[in-house]
Design a protein around this ligand. Structure first.
Ligand code: HEC
Ligand code: HEC
Length: 332
C-alpha cells in the first residue's frame, strides 16, 4: 500500500509541530538526564533548581517507607520503577489499608505535565501536588499528617540522611524539613524522563529494529481519521493536556468534583501513552485490564456520541503493536 510509506514523515511533522521545536539532545542542568530528541527542557521552578545532591536525596526519600504511617507505603510502593512508576493494581491501597478511588498514573515525564492528577486543574507543580500523597487524609495515602516532627527526628538521627540534606540544602539554617523533603522528591521526579521508545527510534533515527511493519501500520491508524486517536493523544507526550469525556461508566464524577458543572461530569485528563504497555490496568478506575480491552472499548464506540470504529481484528492487532512500540527501549 503506497500511502503507508508517506505516514512516517507526515507523522514526524505532526509530532514535531505539536512539540513546538526539535530540541538538540542536551542537558539543561547537570542533574537532568540528556534530553531525548524532540524534547525541550522541562520547566524548573525558580525556587527549586536541580542539583545532583538534591536528586540523590529525593531518590532515597521516594522509596523511604518510614515516611508512611505503616512504615512501608513509600511513593515507590504505588509508583514502582519496574512498572513505569505504577503499581499494577486497579486502584492502590493507602498506608491505612483503605482503597484509593483512582488508578496510580506513571510518573515518567511528569515534569512536562501542565496539570497533575486524573481530573484536576488545581495542582500545577510537583511541589504543590506532593502534600496530597504525603499529608492527605481523604483518603490517606501515606499518612504523614500529624507525624511531621516525629519523622523529621528520624531523618535527623539517621546520619546518612542528615548529611544528604545538608549537602542538598547547604545554605539552609534548618536543612532537614518537610519543605526540603518535598523539594528533593520533586527534583528526583523531574529526572524521570522517557523518550527513547521504539517509536522515537523509528521517527527520529529511522531505526526499525523496535518497530515492526504491523506497528508502523498501527501508527498510520492511530494518527489517521478513522480512529482519531492522535487528536487527543497528541504530541511527544501523547496527550493534548485536555480533560475529555472518558466514556468509562464509573461512580467518579471526574472534573465535576472540582467544578460542580454538569458538563464536566465524566471528564478526565487525556493520559500519556508512553510506556503504556507497562502500566496495566487502564483508565482512571483501572477497569480495563489489558490494552486489547482498551482497543476493543474504543472499537465499540467508547463514549456514546462516538461511532464504533469498525476496525478489523488485524487492524486492532496493529494498533496494539503501535501502543507496544511506545515502551522505552534501553540502549542496545
Ligand atoms: C497509596 C498509593 C500512592 C502513594 C503512596 C503515592 N501515590 Fe502518587 N498517586 C497515586 C494515585 C492513585 C494518583 C492519582 C490521583 C488522582 O489523580 O486522583 C497519584 C498521582 C500522583 C502524581 C500525579 C501524576 C499525574 O500524571 O498527574 C504524582 C506526581 C505523584 N502521584 C507523586 C507521588 C509522590 C512523590 C509520592 C510520595 C511522596 C506519591 N505519589 C505517593 C497513588 C499513590
Ligand atoms: C476525545 C479524546 C480521546 C480520543 C479520541 C482517544 N482517547 Fe484514549 N483516552 C482519553 C481519555 C480522556 C482517557 C482517560 C479516560 C479515563 O480514565 O476514564 C484515555 C485513555 C486511554 C488509554 C488508557 C491509558 C491509561 O494509562 O490508563 C489508552 C491506552 C488510550 N486512551 C488509547 C487510545 C486509542 C488507541 C485511541 C484511538 C482508538 C484513543 N485513545 C482515542 C481520550 C481520548
Amino acid at each position: 500500500m503506497a500511502p503507508t510509506a508517506l505516514w512516517p514523515r507526515l507523522t514526524l511533522a505532526v509530532v514535531l509541530a505539536a512539540a513546538g521545536l526539535c530540541a538538540q539532545a542536551q542537558s539543561p542542568q547537570p542533574s537532568l538526564p540528556a534530553l531525548p530528541p524532540g524534547f525541550a527542557p522541562p520547566p524548573i521552578p525558580a525556587g527549586n533548581p536541580q542539583s545532583p545532591a538534591k536528586v540523590e536525596l529525593g531518590r532515597r526519600l521516594f522509596a523511604e517507607g518510614r515516611l508512611a504511617v505503616d512504615g512501608h507505603t513509600s511513593c515507590a510502593v504505588c509508583h514502582q520503577p519496574g512498572r513505569a512508576y505504577t503499581d499494577g493494581r486497579a486502584t492502590p491501597r493507602g498506608a491505612t489499608g483503605s482503597s484509593l478511588p483512582r488508578n496510580a498514573p506513571t510518573l515518567y515525564n511528569v515534569a512536562y505535565l501542565p496539570r497533575l492528577g486524573w481530573a484536576s486543574t488545581a495542582s500545577t507543580s510537583l511541589e504543590a501536588q506532593m502534600p496530597t500523597p504525603l499529608l492527605g487524609t481523604h483518603p490517606v495515602e501515606m499518612g504523614l499528617a500529624g507525624r511531621e516532627v516525629e519523622v523529621l527526628k528520624i531523618l535527623e538521627a539517621d546520619s546518612g540522611y542528615k548529611s544528604a540534606f545538608e549537602a542538598a540544602f547547604a545554605d539552609d539554617a534548618q536543612p532537614v524539613s518537610i519543605a526540603n523533603l518535598i523539594k528533593a522528591v520533586a527534583a528526583f521526579e523531574r529526572t524521570l524522563i522517557s523518550g527513547r521508545s521504539g517509536f522515537d527510534r523509528y521517527v527520529f533515527d529511522d531505526d526499525r529494529r523496535y518497530m515492526s511493519a504491523a506497528a508502523r501500520r498501527g501508527m498510520a491508524l492511530f494518527y489517521g481519521p478513522r480512529t482519531g486517536c492522535g487528536e487527543c493523544h497528541s504530541g511527544l507526550q501523547f496527550s493534548n493536556g485536555q480533560l475529555a469525556p472518558s466514556g468509562i461508566r464509573s461512580a467518579d464524577a471526574g472534573l465535576a468534583l472540582e467544578t460542580a458543572k454538569v458538563a464536566d461530569k465524566g471528564r478526565f485528563r487525556v493520559p500519556t501513552l508512553r510506556n503504556v504497555a507497562l502500566t496495566a490496568p487502564y483508565m482512571h478506575d483501572g477497569s480495563l485490564p489489558t490494552l486489547a480491552a482498551v482497543i476493543s472499548f474504543y472499537n465499540r464506540g467508547g463514549h456514546p456520541p462516538r461511532k464504533p470504529l469498525a476496525l478489523t481484528r488485524g487492524e486492532q492487532q496493529e494498533l496494539l503493536a503501535f501502543l507496544e512500540s511506545l515502551t522505552e527501549v534501553s540502549p542496545p
